[in-house]
Ligand binder design. Structure first.
Ligand SMILES: Nc1nc2c(ncn2[C@@H]2O[C@H](COP(=O)(O)OP(=O)(O)OP(=O)(O)O)[C@@H](O)[C@H]2O)c(=O)[nH]1
Length: 336
């Protein structure tokens, strides 16, 4: 039994005249409330607004945060034992809400004596006098570490899920979904900036034969290595190298003119050649090659991004029908 209850018992056993029965009730109730308050899982507290001192802090502070109630005297003790990244926002928020007389709550990391932190949700009630002036603040600090850990894990899993939903499972590069999303935003950007957008669409030559001769696992490995080669060429942060499906890849080059796009397609072809992946089923080279379609457009042209992609895909088909292992341009003749 704690101090509050024994004090109550002492009062009850003394001789109190009937006229003071009300006082006795008050004392008894105060004892009950104190017992209830100090047996909750949260830390109750009270701050005197005029002095900014703690008029009361529950003994639970010791078991939840590791500080003795004696060491928790002023608002500074609360502020200084808050994670530095949370401090400015939380203090400013709590002060402004308190000044406005608005009940509020704030989450922050509270420091323990061993240097670790506990996530706290402080729920604050503003007490005002008859004049409407703030007199004190009373509240509870709840340990929300478990909830925060779950929230953080959920956030991490969501980010991972989002990343996976934009990644091609085999090659690890972006997938079509990410490409479509980025193309749409780059198209909108190009529409306002007036800058050109370029696309390179490429397809590995005679890949069916490659699989038939070298096996599907070698085929998968070939796709991964080609993806790596493309990534080594399109290196600007705004560039997107994506697997478009099967053995077809697409490279989005924002703010890029046709000349540069063509040069980049040449570099892609050179990097693929450099891999020297033996291809027993190709009539164009002993190594793996690809055919390329390159296109450049101004977003202001009467063209949707989807139509643009289809257009460049048709250009790639031209490269295929004109012998493979070549680069075809949307606005020019097939170039060897
Ligand atoms: N190993 C492997 N093969 C794939 C994958 N996706 C698609 N393919 C194969 O890629 C081949 C594509 O064949 P086609 O579309 O006929 O084209 P191609 O043989 O490359 O001929 P051209 O494009 O005309 O040069 C098919 O045999 C598909 O099975 C994959 O993830 N892994």
């Amino acid at each position: 039994m704690n101090r509050a209850t024994s004090a109550t018992t002492a009062v009850l056993t003394s001789d109190i005249p009937p006229a003071d029965a009300h006082v006795q009730d008050v004392i008894e109730n105060a004892g009950v409330y104190k017992t209830l308050l100090e047996s909750t899982n949260a830390i109750p507290w009270k701050i005197n607004w005029a002095t900014m001192e703690f008029a009361y802090i529950g003994p639970q502070i010791e078991s939840l945060l590791g500080w003795t109630p004696d060491s928790w005297k002023t608002v500074d003790d609360w502020v200084n034992r808050m994670h530095v990244e949370d401090r400015e926002y939380v203090v400013n928020f709590c002060v402004s809400q308190s000044k406005a007389g608005v009940d509020h709550e704030a989450d922050y990391r509270a420091l323990k004596p061993d240097g670790s932190y506990v996530w706290i949700r402080d729920v604050v009630h503003v007490v005002r006098n008859e004049m409407g002036e703030v007199e004190s603040l009373i509240g509870f600090m709840f340990d929300i570490s478990e909830r925060k850990a779950i929230e953080n894990e959920m956030q991490r899993l969501n980010q991972e899920l989002e990343h996976l939903s934009f990644t091609d499972g085999l090659t690890g590069i972006s997938n079509r979904r990410l490409f479509d999303t980025r193309l749409e935003s780059e198209w909108a950007h190009a529409c306002t900036s007036g800058l050109p957008v370029s696309l390179i669409v490429l397809d590995i030559d005679h890949f069916k034969n490659f699989n038939d001769i070298h096996g599907h696992i070698a085929g998968d490995d070939c796709l991964k290595r080609v993806a790596g080669a493309l990534l080594s060429v399109a290196r600007r942060s705004s560039d997107v190298v994506a697997r478009f499906g099967g053995e077809e890849f697409i490279v989005l080059l924002p703010d890029t003119n046709q000349e540069t796009a063509y040069a980049l397609a040449q570099s892609c072809a050179a990097q693929i050649a450099k891999l020297e992946i033996l291809h027993g089923g190709s009539d164009v080279s002993e190594f793996v090659t690809a055919s390329f379609g390159v296109g450049t457009a101004r977003a202001c042209e009467r063209l949707s991004p989807e139509m643009f992609v289809k257009d460049v895909d048709r250009v790639l088909y031209r490269a295929k029908t004109s012998g493979r292992n070549t680069i075809a341009l949307r606005d020019a003749e097939v170039m060897p």
